[in-house]
Design a protein around this ligand. Structure first.
Ligand code: ADP
Ligand code: ZN
Length: 624
């Protein structure tokens, strides 16, 4: 028999701890190896998507190891939630940040010294305080977890100078393992994290960025407020986020929805802090169905039952879009990501980006915007495109969960227009980029065209019947399908490939997605045709299907959850997630032992809430 190293933590021990503490029967991908590494004293660098289950990766070892685990997290608003959740699972957890009074903080310091804490959440600036470091040195520390670790890289999009003080961890605590977590890391950011934290031969994991429970869809943007309202008719009572680019647009959409009887609150940096927090709390506590927000919103959102994220305007880049859509469906239930795309958004965003002073930065921002627009316009599986952006190959031909793969996206025949574009390229000698070729097609009167005499070409103005947005989308699709290639020289020059021949000769058709032109006021198709089913294939409704009677039980359990949440002053999802309640509705446990079998019910929650939930289920069964 070959010699096999016995794992220091037999799987059964980890699974028992997982079940008792969190009520989960299995680990999500990579969780087990991360937990095990930390327990064995090994550093970790983990890249996992939002909703991948990062917090469990350090909460479970914090529970199992002797001493206090110190978690560094950049968001004060999230700390309370995390601590409430951990405490609800009977972990000894606390946080230290500027929101505590002096005596509250003193209490936490005392608990730390007495070794009474499994978990201590802190903000990064603490590491610059000698007094804090001294207290920490007197305590027994099990390990350090650095959340949102990309914040310490100047290459990243969320650089926080405070994070640089985390380099002190290794200096002052040479023996404690460090586990770094992030949802976004390019290779530069990754090596930065590595170097700044001086990680030692860490376990490195990179989870797939695929979020299988998210459905992606792009709809042509016309009258977007009305389109949102139409969507909401099919999603009554489901919590959702609507993102808009400007404060004005946020206010306008929130007021519009509110006027239609839908509970919607605005959220943006222009609101007083108190008001902003109140709106965020109302959303967290299921008191408003919709929050309409600029991207400022959501950093501190742990709400697990966000059933849809709508982008009413084009996001600036795919990173942002993916992070924002990632706030949907953290509980793993099916959720919708809907983007309204119209060509009119591009000039508006360009106006912002053109003001970036640094030339390189501006060029990068513009190319990222172009990628975003390409994503929206391309007739190619959305999931495949998103994952490709993060350098991951999606293995299946059809993802079954986007508008393209489900055949829901509307396409238009563009064979004739593709022929026109090819001809314009030929006549201009394949020496120009897309912008100029489009100008020739639509017959624009630019200095460049006059200078080159291109207004005398046969193809000049043949594409007048379509606008710039259309032609841009067409070129994007032609590039994507390999009909055109970009020359590798210093300027993005378009060249034709042999793939063009069958289209030029009329042997093959060419179609592109329908795109809404800028300034299209009227919804030409009527609102109904923008898809009343919501999810393309009928099986994909936002919430998992419950029978009428189960839905009634769900309402009862939700009310009970709300009572507990108010009594304890925590958001409802800290008590139980919607997913856990749904499982209760389907399985109807009437004993504590059966309740404990439900995913998300650990020992502590069984003891704290079990009797009342079981009674509620019994009462429901008796009345039925
Ligand atoms: P992240 O911080 O990576 O965005 P979270 O830690 O908030 O993700 O986890 C997302 C959701 O998944 C939470 O509701 C959490 O309770 C749940 N979860 C995490 N791990 C598991 C698991 N092994 N089984 C079932 N649910 C899990
Ligand atoms: Zn797809």
């Amino acid at each position: 028999m070959p010699h096999v190293d016995a794992p220091a933590f037999p799987e059964s021990i980890l699974l028992t701890a997982l079940s008792k503490t969190f009520g989960y029967a299995t680990f999500r991908p990579h969780q087990r190896e991360i937990v095990e590494s930390i327990l064995l004293g090994k550093d970790v660098l983990a890249i996992m998507p939002t909703g991948g289950g990062k917090s469990l990766c350090y909460q479970l070892p914090a529970r199992m190891a002797a001493g206090t685990a110190v978690v560094i997290s950049p968001l004060i608003s999230l700390m309370k939630d995390q601590v409430d959740s951990a405490r609800d699972n009977n972990m000894a957890a606390a946080y230290l940040n500027s929101s505590l009074t002096t005596s509250q903080a003193a209490g936490v310091y005392r608990q730390l010294r007495e070794g009474a804490l499994d978990l201590l959440y802190i903000s990064p600036e603490r590491f610059a305080l000698d007094s804090f470091l001294n207290s920490l040195k007197e305590a027994k520390i099990s390990f350090f977890a650095v959340d949102e670790a990309h914040c310490l890289s100047e290459w990243g999009h969320d650089f926080r100078p405070d994070y640089l003080s985390l380099a002190n961890i290794r200096l002052h605590f040479p023996n404690a393992p460090i586990a770094a977590f992030t949802a976004t890391a390019t290779s530069e950011v990754q090596s930065d994290i590595f170097a700044k934290l001086t990680l030692r031969n860490p376990l490195q994991v990179r989870a797939s960025f695929n979020r299988p429970n998210l459905y992606y869809e792009v709809r042509p943007k016309r009258e977007v407020d009305k389109q949102i309202l139409e969507f909401l008719k099919d999603h009554p009572d489901e919590p959702g986020i609507v993102y808009r680019t400007t404060r004005d647009a946020v206010e306008k959409t929130a007021a519009f929805l509110d006027g239609k009887g839908i509970k919607a609150l605005p959220y943006h940096a222009g609101l007083a802090q108190g008001k902003r927090e109140a709106h965020q709390d109302a959303f967290n506590n299921d008191e408003t169905q919709i929050i309409v927000a600029t991207i400022a919103f959501g950093m501190g959102i742990d709400k697990s039952n966000v059933r849809f994220v709508i982008h009413a305007d084009l996001p600036k880049n795919i990173e942002g879009y993916y992070q924002e859509t990632g706030r949907a469906g953290r509980d793993g239930d099916p959720s919708m990501c809907l983007l309204f795309y119209g060509g009119g958004d591009i000039p508006k965003l360009r106006h912002f980006l053109d003001q970036i002073e640094d030339e390189r930065e501006r060029a990068l921002a513009i190319s990222k915007l172009n990628r975003m627009a390409e994503f929206a316009a391309r007739n190619l599986c959305r999931r495949r495109q998103l994952l490709a952006y993060f350098e991951e190959t999606y293995p299946d031909e059809n993802c079954g969960s986007c508008d393209i793969c489900t055949g829901k996206a509307t396409t238009q025949d563009a064979t004739r227009e593709a022929q026109m574009a090819i001809s314009a390229l030929v006549r201009t000698g394949e020496r120009f980029g897309a912008a100029h070729v489009v100008d020739v097609l639509i017959g624009a009167d630019t200095a460049r065209i006059r200078e080159l005499g291109h207004h005398n070409l046969k193809t000049y103005g043949v594409g007048k019947h379509k606008d710039k947005t259309f032609w841009r989308a067409l070129m994007g699709e032609m590039l994507g399908r390999g009909l055109l290639v970009l020359d590798s020289g210093p300027y993005p020059i378009l060249k034709l490939t042999a793939e063009c021949l069958p289209i030029l000769q009329g042997q093959e058709k060419f179609s592109i997605l329908e795109v809404a032109a800028p300034g299209v006021g009227k919804d030409r198709r009527g609102s109904g045709s923008s898809g009343s089913g919501g999810y393309g294939s009928s099986s994909k409704s936002a919430a998992p299907e419950l029978s009428n009677s189960d839905a009634k039980l769900f309402m009862r359990l939700k009310k009970l959850r709300k009572d507990f949440s108010q009594r304890q002053n925590v958001p409802p999802y800290v008590v139980f997630t919607d997913k856990t309640l749904h499982e209760m509705c389907r399985n109807k446990p009437v004993t504590l032992a059966a309740l404990r079998e439900i995913s998300g019910v650990g020992d502590a929650k069984r003891d704290r809430y079990g009797i009342e939930f079981v009674q509620e289920i019994r009462a429901h069964l008796e009345e039925a």
